[in-house]
Design a protein around this ligand. Structure first.
Ligand code: CO
Length: 134
């Protein structure tokens, strides 16, 4: 069911500093910051030859990554995003198998303008999983 790895997301406390690390120490090309109020984050994307890295900084007081950064003050890997052809079919199959979808189960529009859903880390080996319909 899952296809390509779309991106790995890393939560950071300071997006400008993290951008500079990727640009200067790692020689990566980093996109301009994009605020996603509906998701409570500001993101940049780093294009690698085979996938992307998403750096996430909290936006607003109810940011879903604020707690993660409290526990991981240096930042850390937050989620992996897999591509699917049909997000509704994927959701229904996962739910039928007992997996928990975060929120009300309705896909939201993600950073690439495409529908996304998140799956509970307790059902996926301690890793938050994002599904993106491509
Ligand atoms: Co993501």
């Amino acid at each position: 069911m899952i296809g390509r790895l779309n991106h790995v997301a890393i939560a950071v406390g300071n997006l400008a500093a993290a951008t500079s690390t990727y640009r200067n120490a790692l020689g990566a090309s980093v996109s301009a910051p994009q605020a996603l109020p509906e998701h409570g984050v500001t993101v940049v994307f780093i294009e690698l030859p085979n996938t992307k890295i998403e750096l996430l900084e909290p936006l607003g007081e109810a940011s879903p990554i604020a707690k993660f950064l409290e526990k991981n003050p240096d930042g850390g890997m937050h989620h992996v995003c897999y591509e699917v052809d049909d997000i509704i079919a994927a959701r229904d199959k996962l739910k039928a198998g007992g997996a928990r979808v975060i929120g009300d189960g309705t896909p939201k529009i993600g950073a690439h303008g495409k529908p996304v859903l998140f799956l509970h880390p307790k059902d996926f080996n301690g890793t938050l999983v994002e599904l993106e319909q491509v």
